[in-house]
Design a protein around this ligand. Structure first.
Ligand code: ZN
Length: 192
């Protein structure tokens, strides 16, 4: 087990909780190892507030096998994370949250506009993936496909997922998406 990777995930989970970017036991975080043979991912149904080292599960990329000491299982979105790593050699971390403002856009009929503040603006809106059941093969396939071209997408009626060259970049992108969603929500409200 790589303790640095695990420590990074635990710290990030606590940060995400403290930033109010997660609700209940939703959300998942992963990092791929240097050889791209294993991913380290949060266990299913974990509480980010009290996430600990034993809540991170090492999963083999090619056959999804894992060892768990205490009956924990990897996140239900493990196939989605692995699909992203297979499609993107430049991505080393995937972060999925249900941050309130960005998720509100994902539930609404309003699109979230791209905005200055993180990388180049490539289009008018943040990309969206249609709703598919969480944990489903369809959600994994459509989301990993969308993330071939994008570093952040909104999952309709669900939440946000971002990728990065490392966990800090993917997390900062989640914060950025939440920040622009908050600004645009306030703007819509002022314009009412
Ligand atoms: Zn989710």
């Amino acid at each position: 087990m790589d303790n640095n990777i695990i420590e990074n995930i635990v710290k990030t989970a606590h940060h995400i909780y403290n930033k109010d970017m997660i609700i209940g036991k939703a959300g998942n975080i992963s990092i791929i190892d240097k050889k791209r043979e294993y991913i380290y991912i949060t266990a299913s149904g974990t509480d980010f507030k009290s996430l600990k080292y034993s809540d991170i599960i090492k999963v083999k990329l090619d056959d999804l096998s894992y060892v768990s000491n205490d009956e924990k299982v990897p996140s239900m979105e493990t196939s989605l994370h692995i699909g992203v790593y297979i499609n993107r050699n430049d991505v080393n971390s995937v972060v999925h949250v249900h941050s309130p403002y960005a998720t509100a856009f994902a539930f609404s009929n309003k699109r979230l506009r791209q905005q200055e503040g993180f990388g180049e603006i490539t289009g008018e809106y943040i990309a969206e993936v249609e709703y598919y059941t969480p944990g489903s093969k369809k959600l994994a396939l459509h989301t990993s496909n969308a993330l071939k071209e994008e570093d952040a997408v909104l999952l309709k009626n669900h939440g946000v997922i971002t990728v990065g060259k490392d966990i800090d970049e993917a997390t900062l992108l989640c914060e950025y998406i939440e920040g622009i969603a908050k600004t645009q929500y306030i703007t819509h409200t002022l314009n009412l």
